[in-house]
Design a protein around this ligand. Structure first.
Ligand code: QUE
Length: 352
């Protein structure tokens, strides 16, 4: 390795993490997760470092997810070994959630899947003009993991289920309207914000100091598209007890938004859709650690299944976007099928 995939830097009172695989949209590898977590543990104990700032290298992405091509390849012959990637990633997500020092993510670019997992669980997320957030896992036969069961299930008006099932994109204004982002700063002002943050002389109340600076630097991202369809989303995605009840209501609804949603869901893995619904339903009642334990159970079972391999093949390997799911429709996925993904493992997620 001539170039490090994740960089660590101490600037003033800040520990700065730079995800540094711009050619892969800064997607997380196992090694990046391992180094990232170890450094967070070190900085949490440090008397010099008072806060953490995370960003992505390059102009395009904060972080596009996990290195699922690698996981797919390894899991074909050794799913137990490949699950080690998720084990490390989920421990990192859980650590960020319970982190004892302020954690700021500059998310001015693509934030998908694993990128959400290393930003939304922190204290502050600063969106910019290039922010594009999504949880697109149902398109690759996965489910909205990295803590989706925790943060998506706690969003209002059925928005979390909307993002989880459809993989819908959120821009800066949408991210602000939904709570995915806490602040908006124009792309042009992001480098200056970074200098201002790392130039802060942090005292006894670093969280308040950082918040005050972010509040002062934050602007108006404009109108959120999601607010236009919010009443429809609430009607369609909120308050259904089962996936089948949700799906039936969507089919019975005569509006354009519902028809759009049905068309999108029709292309996703049927197993992933039902898994995601159940994950959010259960995750709502779980704290972060228990949620991550649940998600690790699900993902370990996913690696014994079919759709993840086919989904990553269709979207990221062959790029034909013609996944052949099995079962091929939601009617072919029973409650008993789904329940099996939540069963205990021989080797559970280790926390902390
Ligand atoms: C769904 C996903 C992912 C995705 C696309 C989806 C995902 C992921 C990547 C990705 C993108 C670019 C890369 C890379 C991975 O794409 O999780 O290594 O260079 O990591 O539709 O869940």
């Amino acid at each position: 390795m001539t170039r490090e995939d994740v960089l660590f830097d101490e600037r003033g009172a800040f520990g700065v993490v730079t995800l540094n695989r711009p050619e892969a949209l800064n997607a997380l590898t196992w090694e990046m997760c391992r180094l990232f977590r170890a450094k967070l543990v070190e900085w949490e104990r440090s008397s010099v470092i008072k806060a953490v700032l995370v960003k992505g290298a390059g102009e395009k992405a904060f972080c596009a997810g996990g290195d699922v091509r690698w996981v797919r390849e390894k899991a074909m012959t050794d799913p137990d070994y490949a699950s080690g990637f998720f084990h490390e990633e989920y421990r990192l997500n859980a650590l960020i959630h319970r982190y004892q020092k302020p954690y700021v993510a500059l998310i001015d670019g693509i934030v998908m899947g694993g990128g959400a997992g290393v930003s939304v669980h922190g204290d502050f997320r600063v969106a910019g003009d290039r922010t594009l957030f999504a949880m697109p896992e149902t398109a690759i036969g996965l489910f909205p993991d990295v803590g989706g069961g925790h943060f998506l299930s706690r969003m209002h008006d059925g928005l979390g289920l909307y993002y989880a099932l459809t993989g819908a994109r959120a821009k800066a204004a949408d991210a602000m309207a939904t709570g995915i982002a806490t602040h908006y700063v124009p792309t042009d002002a992001m480098a200056q914000l970074e200098r201002d943050l790392t130039g802060l002389s942090l005292g006894a109340r670093p969280h308040a100091q950082i918040e005050a600076l972010l509040d002062d630097s934050s602007g108006d991202p404009g109108e959120a598209h999601v607010n236009h369809i919010r009443p429809a989303l609430k009607r369609l995605f909120d308050g259904h007890e089962t996936f089948d009840a949700f799906h039936a209501a969507l089919k019975a609804d005569g509006h354009d938004v519902a028809a759009d949603m049905l068309r999108i869901l029709d292309r996703m893995s049927p197993t992933s859709l039902k898994l995601a619904f159940e994950q959010l339903k259960r995750g709502r009642a779980l704290d972060m650690d228990d949620n991550m334990r649940m998600e690790f159970r699900i993902v370990r079972h996913v690696l014994d299944g079919h759709d993840f391999f086919e989904g990553v093949r269709a979207v990221l390997v062959d790029k034909d976007k013609a996944a052949r799911w099995s079962p091929a429709s939601v009617d072919g996925v029973s409650d008993a099928d789904i329940a099996r993904y939540f069963e205990p493992l021989e080797k559970e997620l280790t926390l902390p």
